[in-house]
Design a protein around this ligand. Structure first.
Ligand code: COA
Length: 164
């Protein structure tokens, strides 16, 4: 039997229905109420920076980056990052996020923000935001606000986070 290998690629519009189903399985309907989701609502994902993983043609993971603004300056929001349950704990999630960050850095973006679990994202180099640094347009656990500086100096960004 042929061994099925893991392949990474950038997202295309054709992948979006399968990505939405993956997110529905992972997060359920509660995802729509999250502040981070509301920032992404009505904004197309930045496909040139958003990644997917496939095994034998089947989508098993996705990492989406979306344009936002912080205090009026352009930035990126990372999320959702999702890996299909049976394929977790094999490095897929970390590889997806790393590839998206590499693409964002190469494209000249300054900073990637997210709301997520610090123990997972700190391994990738994300750091916790300063108190009051980023003001979200809805409720967010301040201890879960993390950022990744893609260009030197971008960590100085602060202010209201809005859709890009
Ligand atoms: C979070 C997620 C994307 C990680 O994907 P993955 O492919 O399993 O991640 P990796 O294999 O690259 O990394 C696994 C490591 O991260 C750790 N990890 C996974 N999820 C974690 C979390 N939420 N918090 C802390 N650590 C986490 C694992 O324990 C594992 O650690 P180890 O290498 O020391 O054993 C995946 O678990 C997932 O889709 N979860 C549901 C959706 C979700 O919660 N996404 C957002 C996370 S804030």
């Amino acid at each position: 039997m042929t061994e099925l290998s893991l392949a990474f690629a950038l997202q295309t519009p054709a992948d979006l229905p399968a990505i939405q189903k993956l997110e529905e399985r992972a997060f359920g309907p509660g995802r729509f109420a999250k502040t981070a989701y509301r920032l992404r609502e009505g904004v197309a994902p930045e496909l040139s920076l958003s990644t997917i993983a496939r095994i034998g043609g089947m989508l098993v993971g996705a990492c989406t980056l979306t344009r936002i603004a912080i205090g009026g300056a352009p930035a990126l929001l990372l999320g959702p990052l999702t890996v299909e349950e049976p394929f977790r704990a094999r490095g897929v999630g970390e590889a997806l996020a790393q590839r998206s960050l590499d693409a964002a850095k190469a494209a000249g973006h300054g900073l990637t923000l997210l709301v997520g679990d610090p123990p997972f994202y700190e391994r990738l180099g994300f750091v916790r935001a300063g108190f009051g640094q980023f003001v979200f347009p809805g409720p967010v656990d301040p201890g879960r606000i993390l950022f990744f500086e893609l260009q030197p100096g971008a960590r100085e960004l602060r202010g209201l986070v809005t859709s890009g």
